[in-house]
Design a protein around this ligand. Structure first.
Ligand code: ADQ
Length: 742
């Protein structure tokens, strides 16, 4: 018998045994006492019967003075084994007659003793009982007859009875224990197996592991209900109170209290760089950093990233860690070092020449090199090592960011099976046909299926992923609930639209007023105060639709010549991945087209396209957003796009028009923008014309509605919804683990 079963049985038997011992201890003396009393009363009655039967003979013998005959009568009567003897005492206490075996301790003095029980005088040494029975003839008391019974027989019987009773109780106890144990075992095993099966999604299992096909529909229904409850819970999460830093912190401090959070991202939130003026700390222009940092600040976790700054190595301790933000440390940044070859293969090669174009439908061919793939695998393994090294328990929460780490979730899962791994894919996921051209498609999908939760910006990206799983790997899919079961492990595929931090009131109070920002920006670029500005802000990337934007602007000037000289396109493009040919070619092309448009429509004092191919600080971008009449986001394909949300957040004057590509994830939420197909030059030119001619009231109406959406759907909601789901799944897996243990 297994130890666990033995423990389980003892759990039932021990209390039962205790109860029976207590019952026996209390009840046996009580029962014994009761039986002795009954027996004594019986003997007393018996004595009375004897006395009554003999009273006539006694009266006659007394009247005749025949005491010898009386003694002979007593001797004959006292032959019974329980009757020890008899004595006749006069009313004055004198002994008139007695049997030979009368115990010495019995004499006529007892007649004077008051009796507790009528007719019962006393018990001597617990061994004899003396009954006193008056002989009364025609109402006149003549004498007292003492009848002495042997009590030792009763005591022997009492001891026998106790023995039998004890045996009976023990037998009963054993029988009841056995029945209880069997019933408890059956129901316990049944419930545990049933609950496990439901949680595993396999159906109920009968005790002793025999399947019960007739219960399968019930199990299915139970599972269904459980999922519906969870879906309802998630919907409620969407509808309730607004998300802000306090609510996010409260979530981390309650539902995820004490749980360690580790972020894995290629990009670090703080970069130490060597400059002529000494070491400078720079913050990268990244939507991802903006989104994830509040989580880190709230939970004092660890952020693992590639140390890419020229002074990064000087800033870390012996374990490659540095506390950030500098000056007011709130969490730890752990840097991972890559060789130039590794960076080339993993980052520029596989991630940005392979996966980036593969996932964006932007008509740029992905390049897949074997050496890049090897570097990608190795770097993923290096980061997985760092996660394991930084983990303080066997079940940390690991937030994996983006397409640089598709293999890492399964690598971490293998070494920390109890970890909760949340992977967020910041870029789109294409349909299975497009994804299928990747030579390592199965490995990438299986790597991601190591995640507990896999998040995308939109349901379409999630659906594409599930269809890709369906096409290329062996997995069970619950389409309705977005759950994929692969290698004995569930992954929840869900959508969490990312966003920006909505600015606090004290922050907006410090902003340059809109009129001033408009004037400053126009002055900086030599434009008149009334000059209209169309604004584009992007990384200098071919997916952002910068070329299509130029085409649309060119068409606007041609189709609606009244705008020539009145409006300029101010395009800010932050250099990015410039090491790659594709990016260099693209950037050159944009410069060429810009020059062509300017040559065609420009004139002294009027530059139609102002191209600022450089990084801008956040306050500079803020002034540009506030100065613009129209913001143009024309991505050919974009996971979400944060620029359009930044523009909306910057416009507290409720003016300005957003023109937004339908192929950006943001188009799902920002329906009040002018939604365009960036490939359709004519449609885009018309939208620009409409935007420039829009009345201030119409602008206010649209902008107020857009602001409401972005304020509510902020970055804290993105992180909060993901972490709420994390907390729910961790609770569930803890219950599951407990069930397994029992
Ligand atoms: P990106 O492709 O980088 O992000 P986006 O979401 O627009 O795209 O974020 C760009 C960020 O860089 C914005 O915060 C913007 O302000 C900043 N930026 C752009 N140009 C700049 C410049 N010249 N100087 C300084 N900063 C500049 C990826 C996905 C997106 C997804 C985000 C977040 O491609 O679809 O929205 O991740 O998940």
């Amino acid at each position: 018998m297994r130890i666990k079963t033995l423990r389980l049985q003892l759990r039932f038997l021990a209390p039962l045994a205790l109860v029976f011992a207590a019952v026996a201890y209390v009840s046996l003396p009580l029962i014994d006492n009761l039986m002795l009393r009954w027996a004594a009363r019986d003997l007393a009655l018996r004595g009375t019967l004897v006395a009554n039967a003999m009273s006539d003979s006694v009266a006659r013998s007394l009247s005749e003075g025949d005491l010898a005959g009386l003694t002979a009568l007593f001797e004959r009567t006292a032959t019974d084994e329980r009757l020890l003897g008899m004595a006749l005492c006069g009313t004055d206490g004198a002994l008139l007659s007695q049997t030979a075996r009368l115990p010495e301790s019995v004499d006529c003095a007892l007649v004077q003793t008051p009796a507790e029980t009528p007719g019962l005088l006393s018990l001597h040494s617990g061994a004899v009982q003396v009954g006193r029975h008056p002989i009364v003839v025609e109402g006149v008391p003549l004498a007292d007859l003492l009848v002495v019974h042997d009590m030792s027989i009763l005591q022997r019987r009492s001891a026998d009875t106790q023995g039998y009773l004890l045996l009976l109780l023990v037998g009963l106890g054993a029988l009841m224990s056995l029945i209880t144990m069997v019933v408890a075992q059956l129901s316990w095993r049944g419930w545990v197996a049933g609950a496990r099966a439901i949680l595993r999604g396999e159906g109920l299992i009968r005790p002793f592991d025999r399947p019960v096909p007739e219960l399968a529909p019930l199990a299915e229904e139970l599972r269904e209900r459980l999922r519906e409850l969870e879906d309802g819970y998630r919907r409620l999460q969407v509808a309730d109170a607004p998300w802000d830093p306090a609510r996010l912190r409260a979530l981390l401090n309650t539902q995820l209290r004490g749980d360690q959070v580790i972020v894995v991202a290629n990009r670090e939130p703080y970069i130490h760089e060597r400059t002529d003026a000494g070491v400078r700390v720079r913050r990268p222009a990244s939507g991802l950093v903006t989104a994830v940092e509040p989580v880190m600040r709230a939970c004092s976790g660890t952020w693992i990233a590639h140390g890419s700054g020229s002074a990064d190595r000087d800033a870390v301790d012996a374990h490659d860690r540095v506390s950030v933000p500098p000056g007011q440390p709130e969490y730890t940044l752990r840097r991972v070092w890559l060789t130039p070859e590794e960076e080339q293969g993993y980052y520029y090669g596989f991630a940005n020449e392979g996966l980036w174009p593969l996932c964006h439908v932007a008509h740029v061919r992905p390049v897949f090199r074997e050496s890049d793939w090897r570097a990608y695998c190795e770097v993923n393994a290096r980061f997985a090592d760092a996660v394991v090294a930084e983990a303080k328990s066997d079940d940390p929460i690991v937030l994996v960011q983006d397409y640089h780490f598709a293999l890492l979730p399964a690598m971490v899962r293998e070494r920390l099976p109890r970890a909760t791994i949340i992977t967020f894919w910041h870029i789109p996921w294409p349909n299975p046909e497009s994804f299928g051209i990747c030579p390592w498609r199965e490995a990438l999908v299986e790597g991601l299926l190591g995640s507990t939760i896999l998040g995308f910006h939109t349901p379409t990206h999630g659906r594409n992923f599930i269809e890709t799983v369906d096409r290329f790997v062996e997995a069970r899919i619950e389409h309705e609930h977005g759950i994929v079961r692969h290698a004995g492990h569930d992954t929840l595929v869900a959508n969490y639209p990312i966003s920006i931090r909505w600015p606090a009131q004290q922050e907006t109070a410090g902003w340059t007023p809109v009129a001033e920002a408009r004037a400053n920006v126009r002055q900086a670029h030599g434009l008149s105060a009334q000059h209209r500005i169309l604004l584009g802000v992007d990384r200098f990337d071919y997916t952002k639709g910068i070329l299509e934007r130029l085409h649309a602007f060119e068409r606007l000037l041609a189709k609606y010549p009244e705008w020539v000289g009145e409006v300029s396109l101010l395009q800010v493009a932050a250099p990015t991945r410039s090491e790659l040919d594709e990016y260099q070619d693209f950037q050159h092309r944009i410069h060429r087209v810009t020059a062509r448009i300017n040559a065609r429509h420009g004139r002294p004092g009027y530059v139609p396209v102002i191209l600022l191919a450089q990084h801008h600080e956040p306050h500079q971008l803020l002034d540009l957003y506030r100065a613009a009449d129209v913001c143009l986001v024309t991505s050919l394909h974009d996971g979400m796009n944060l620029v359009c949300k930044e523009f909306v957040a910057a416009r507290d004057d409720e003016q300005g028009v957003l023109v937004l590509s339908r192929f950006a994830g943001a188009a799902r939420e920002l329906a009040e923008a002018l939604i365009v197909n960036p490939y359709h030059v004519e449609e885009c030119a018309d939208a620009l014309h409409q935007a420039l001619g829009m009345s201030p009231d119409a602008q206010r109406e649209r902008m107020a509605s857009l602001r409401m959406v972005v304020r509510e759907h902020n970055v804290y909601r993105w992180a909060g919804r993901m972490l709420s789901d994390t907390a729910r799944l961790r609770l569930r897996s803890r219950i599951e683990a407990r069930l397994k243990e029992s």
